[in-house]
Design a protein around this ligand. Structure first.
Ligand code: NAD
Length: 464
């Protein structure tokens, strides 16, 4: 392998890096499953030996504790690595499909093939998970990869750059650090795959940049995720699960319930349980493990969404520490600022409804969300929820935990994204499947050839 890359990222450097990676990809080295496994195992060992550095960096970025980091970033990363290592040999095999009568005698199958040079652009809120899990997908599928982590989580970006750039050849796997100028320089290059995690606004910029090269794009974006409580919901356990999902990472989670829709008849009970859970689990400013808001710009944005007139619980914030108290807003209407965009912070607006049709209408008045959650014991409503509401992934009587099952693909729809990954879906996300008809020379029917006899016509009619 040749290593050309310095630690600078001028446009020429980026161009050279992509050229090096393309040359390396074209050498066919990454197509070997042995090579893929060797690199994945090496990657796993590196994470294992550098866990403490990774914990330290994320704590410096936004006060995320070792416990939270292990649970929500490192553990899912190991799981994805282990699934990839365990299944790579099986995944790279040809996938047989049936052959129709017209094409007999023949075999039909799909041949998975790596796309080529991948660009992965990560978000800051789960910086290891959202940057490195897609990288695992790119590696197991046999691509070369450039990772651009978010500059907003600067320490974790540096930690990933150090870990990867000191241990992998740049022609195979490399981290380019930086913000908009560096990302713009990267997006000006020709990639075979771009995997982006972030906001719908920037997702559009990425998609536009990919268009001239018709690059295959996966967009993992966000939206306003509803948590709908029907009048027969199991309130205690439902609120407990919903509250955990809401305040994980201080609400800076693309899958977090954004707002709560609650039937009028149970609203006071739901509000009471929300406050009970917040107090019981010490989701508070005093809790040293409560994650900070990533920066002052986001702090100011989230605080501006708190209408003092509607605060039912919480509402306090400390700018120098970048902490916002878990805050419950009551009597919220769709006209309130907090209902305009994705909140991405520790505020729960509670909106009441009278009929289920009204609740569904409210959900559908927003762009298709990344997730939707239903807390209900009513099977008819459950069926309607699943068949009438569009969203990326979801939970029935739970929230966020669907991401913890690698057998379920993760991704959005419409404004919340396109494409999906995790587990075998990550392999598929970074692969193309060549569709092959493999014909036997044993026999050839004359059906398709010129002749147009009555016998041919009769046969075609029979087959039609
Ligand atoms: P963002 O869109 O601001 O940034 C994401 C990445 O894009 C970063 O690496 C950043 O450097 C780059 N970027 C920013 N502006 C750019 C520009 N003008 N041109 C080119 N690149 C640019 O998003 P964020 O603030 O990091 O994350 C918050 C958003 O991401 C929320 O909407 C959230 O829902 C979404 N999100 C989605 C997922 C998911 O998996 N679906 C996960 C986390 C976050």
């Amino acid at each position: 392998m040749n290593t050309l890359i310095k630690e600078t990222t001028s446009e020429q450097d980026v161009q050279q890096l992509v050229e090096d990676q393309r040359k390396y990809f074209n050498s066919n080295t990454t197509r070997s499953v042995e090579f893929r496994l060797e690199q994945l195992k090496k990657f796993r060992n590196l994470i294992k030996t550098h866990e403490d550095d990774l914990h330290e960096a994320i704590y410096k970025d936004f006060g995320k504790s070792k416990y939270d980091n292990q649970l929500t970033e490192i553990f899912p990363l190991y799981e994805e690595l282990d699934i990839a290592i365990k299944n790579a040999r099986r995944w790279v095999k040809h996938r047989k499909v049936k052959t129709n009568l017209m094409n007999q005698p023949a075999k039909s199958y799909l041949v998975p093939e790596p796309l080529g040079v991948s660009l992965v652009i990560g978000a800051w809120n789960f910086p290891y998970n959202l940057s490195l899990v897609p990288v695992v997908g790119s590696m197991v599928a046999g691509n070369t990869t450039i990772l651009k982590p978010s500059e907003l989580a600067a320490e974790t970006s540096r930690a990933m750059a150090k870990l990867i750039n000191e241990n992998f050849d740049a022609s195979y796997l490399h981290v380019v650090e930086g913000g908009i100028p560096e990302t713009t320089a990267l997006l000006a290059q020709r990639f075979d795959k771009i995997f982006f995690t972030g906001s719908p606004q920037v997702g559009k910029i990425v998609n536009k940049a990919a268009a001239p090269n018709l690059t295959n794009v996966t967009l993992e974006l966000g939206g306003k995720n509803p948590a709908l409580f029907t009048k027969d919901a199991s309130i205690d356990v439902g609120v407990k699960r919903m509250i955990w999902a809401k305040f994980l990472n201080s609400g800076q989670l693309c899958l977090a319930p954004d707002y709560v829709l609650v039937h009028k008849s149970i609203k006071s009970k739901v509000l009471e349980r929300i406050v009970h859970e917040i107090k019981k689990h010490n989701y508070s400013v005093e809790n040293q493990n409560f994650v900070r808001i990533i920066n002052e710009r986001n702090f100011d944005r989230v605080v501006s969404l708190i209408d003092p007139e509607k605060v039912h619980f919480g509402g306090k914030a400390n700018r120098s520490e970048r902490i916002i108290e878990p805050t419950v807003l009551n009597n919220v209407t769709l006209e309130d600022d907090v209902m305009r965009d994705e909140i991405f912070g520790p505020i729960i607006p509670v909106v009441e409804y009278e009929t289920i049709d009204e609740a569904f209408e409210i959900i559908k008045s927003f762009e298709k969300p990344l997730a939707a959650y239903l807390f209900s014991n009513n099977n008819k409503i459950k069926d309607r929820f699943l068949s009438e509401i569009p969203f990326g992934s979801g939970g029935i009587n739970d929230a966020v935990m669907q991401i913890n099952n690698s057998n379920l693909p993760f991704g959005g729809v419409g404004n919340s994204g396109m494409g999906r990954y995790h587990g075998k879906y990550s392999f598929e996300c970074f692969s193309h499947f060549k569709a092959i008809l493999d014909k036997s020379n044993f026999f050839e029917s004359d059906l398709k050839y010129y002749g147009h006899s009555d016998r041919q016509m009769k046969l075609i009619k029979k087959l039609s």
